[in-house]
Each structure stands twice: as structure tokens, then as C-alpha cells.
Design a protein around this ligand. Structure first.
Ligand code: FAD
Length: 311
């Protein structure tokens, strides 16, 4: 991935933002407003998530097109494969291709909640690796392909070695970068990166960072993702939990510290789960002093902008 390679070369940390398709038309408008505002924070690219089973196919495609062609933001479209037929997968890829999007995060997709025992919709797509090879087969090197990584295991698999085997398969089939599940335990993340590298996996690893907006959402998401919360996070946040402003202040320092530690360990690019909100991510970036300034302007080198003389 060129953007991450640049950060590796220059030593200047870079970051990206993840957004999800909102449920209402007003929500979509709000998201566009926010994306426009957060463009000025200088993300290297943005991600748009994909609703399981293709439930957001149209909207995800529309937001990708909008971001890519109107806002001039490099985009990465998430795509799941095991909960839809091949036609839907192909339609989504074609739409992304036509909109100028060159990055796909290739995922398996979560099993539906109401099903005890789950089986793939299309036998050709059982795992994310099948989507990775499908994209490579159909589009050669047009897309950079991201895949998911799990420093703390997944819902359905806590066997670290097995998960690393499966991660390696995705990489061997053509993945270009890894985006991790959210986490707060940096020591464990750094240990896990070591294990990934020991497997001979050299592609960039983008740690997934979830800024802290409120105490309730922090606890809910950590529980939902079954991610470990270090003691110092709990003790600092618990004492201010009823004061949202204080939670944001304490939270931004905790998350910024964690980002610094990750960068110091040699990881040059961080991926922020924005939850479609600007504030919590902005506070962390300000705390890190990573927001663009007049002496350090945000850099975007999109060919279409340059060709219009706007670059
Ligand atoms: P896989 O890599 O296929 O792994 C899934 C399971 O299968 C693992 O337990 C793995 O060990 C096992 N496995 C893999 N290969 C093999 C094999 N050859 N033999 C046996 N077992 C194997 N979901 C969405 O619906 N939309 C999104 O936009 C979305 N975005 C995400 C973004 C990130 C960064 C992450 C981390 C997850 C995201 N998810 C999303 C959730 C994801 O779809 C689920 O976590 C899903 O359960 C696993 O997807 P995967 O791509 O990691 O699957």
C-alpha cells in the first residue's frame, strides 16, 4: 500500500478513518458533512464498512463514489463474501472499480445472529481468503487488498496460532495490508505483531484505534469486541464516568498515549474507528499534535486533483 509505504519512508505517522453507512437519509447527509470537515484532519484514506449480507450494498457503493470522486478522498471499501452470492460480490467490485476506488478490505462476514449453525451461502466463498483470491483473479493488481487481523482472537476462534495460519493464507493469496480489530492492550498488540512478522508476513499492519467518546460506549464496545481493557484505563475512566467532558479529556490522553507507544514500536500508520463522529478522533489527533498546521499542511496527492490544478 503506497500510502503506508510513504509513512514508513518519511517516518511521519499517518492515519485513516473508518465510517459506516447510516440508516437514514438525514444520517447520510450528516456523514457527508462530517467527512468534509474531517477531510481537513488529513487522513491518508477512509474506509466505508459493508453491511452483512449486502444490506448496505447500494449505500456503501454510493458513499465510496461520493468520497472518491467528490471529496477527493482515497477510499477503501469493505466487502464481505460468505453471506452473499457471487453475483453481488461481482457487482460491488465492479461498482468500486468504476468509481475509481482501488482498495478493498476483504472480509468473510459475521455469521447471522439468529442462526445456531452457520454455513456459507456460496460454497466458493467460505473464508475471506476466497474473496482475496477472487479479487486477484478478476482484477489482477488493480486493487490493494486489506484483510482483518485479530491481536486478541475472534468470537469464534481464540487459537492464536491457527488464526495466524489463516492470516498467512490471506497474505499468500495476495493481501496487501492488514487492519486489526480494535484493542486497548498495546503490549499485547506489539507482541502479536512480532508473531505476525515471525510468520514471514511483511505487509503493513494498521492497528484499529477506537477513540473514547463516552464511558458507556467505551464499555459497550470493548465488551462487544471482547477486547481486553488494561487496568490503568479502567481506573482512570471509572473515577470520571458520570462526567462526559471529563471522560473525553481522560480518554484522549489514554488513547493518544497508546498511539505514541504503537508508533514508537515502529508502526507508522493508525486506523481510527470514528463511529461517524468527529470529536473523539479530533481530540486524540490534537493531543498527538498530528493535526495539519500551516507549517505542516496536510498532504494529498490524488492524480485527479492534480490534473485539475487543485492538488
Ligand atoms: P476469515 O479470515 O475468513 O476468518 C474467519 C474464521 O475462519 C476465523 O476463525 C479463521 O480462523 C477461520 N478460517 C479462516 N481460514 C480458514 C481455513 N482455511 N480453514 C479453517 N478455518 C479458517 N464485518 C462486516 O459485516 N462488515 C464490515 O465492514 C466489517 N469490517 C471489519 C473490519 C475489520 C478491521 C475487522 C477486524 C472486522 C470487520 N468485520 C466486518 C467483521 C468480520 O466480517 C468478522 O470478524 C468475521 O467473523 C471474520 O471475518 P474475517 O475476514 O476475519 O474472516
Amino acid at each position: 500500500n503506497e500510502m503506508v509505504a510513504e509513512a514508513e519512508r518519511t517516518g511521519q505517522p499517518s492515519f485513516s478513518f473508518e465510517y459506516f453507512p447510516p440508516k437514514t437519509a438525514q444520517g447520510v447527509q450528516n456523514l457527508y458533512d462530517r467527512m468534509e470537515r474531517m477531510y481537513d484532519f488529513g487522513p491518508k484514506f477512509i474506509d466505508i464498512t459493508w453491511g452483512a449480507g449486502g444490506t448496505t450494498a447500494d449505500l456503501t457503493g454510493e458513499i465510496v463514489t461520493q468520497a472518491q470522486t467528490y471529496f477527493g478522498l482515497e477510499t477503501c471499501m469493505h466487502l464481505t463474501c460468505t453471506d452473499m452470492g457471487e453475483d453481488k460480490v461481482n457487482d460491488a467490485l465492479q461498482r468500486a472499480y468504476k468509481s475509481g476506488c482501488t482498495n478493498i478490505l476483504a472480509l468473510r462476514g459475521d455469521p447471522p445472529r439468529n442462526k445456531e449453525k452457520w454455513s456459507a451461502t456460496d460454497e466458493n466463498f467460505r473464508y475471506a481468503r476466497d474473496l482475496v483470491s477472487h479479487i486477484r483473479q478478476k482484477y489482477g493488481s488493480h486493487f490493494d487488498i486489506g484483510v482483518a487481523g485479530y491481536p486478541e482472537g475472534t468470537d469464534d476462534n481464540k487459537d492464536e496460532e491457527q488464526l495466524l495460519d489463516h492470516l498467512k493464507q490471506k497474505v499468500d493469496l495476495g493481501a496487501s495490508f492488514i487492519v486489526t480489530q480494535m484493542f486497548y492492550d498495546v503490549d499485547n498488540f506489539i507482541r502479536w505483531v512480532g508473531k505476525v512478522r515471525d510468520r514471514g508476513i511483511t505487509i503493513p499492519i494498521l492497528p484499529g484505534i477506537m477513540p473514547i467518546a463516552t464511558y458507556a460506549s467505551f464499555i459497550r464496545r470493548a465488551k462487544h469486541m471482547q477486547c481486553g481493557v488494561p487496568d490503568h484505563f479502567m481506573s482512570a475512566l471509572e473515577s470520571v464516568k458520570n462526567d462526559d467532558a471529563a471522560v473525553r479529556e481522560v480518554g484522549k490522553v489514554l488513547v493518544a498515549d497508546m498511539c505514541r507507544k504503537i508508533v514508537a514500536a515502529g508502526i507508522p500508520h493508525l486506523h481510527f474507528y470514528t463511529m461517524n463522529l468527529a470529536q473523539a478522533t479530533r481530540l486524540v489527533l490534537e493531543e498527538l499534535n498530528w493535526m495539519p498546521t500551516t507549517t505542516r499542511p496536510r498532504k494529498h496527492a490524488l492524480p485527479w486533483k492534480q490534473s485539475l490544478g487543485l492538488g
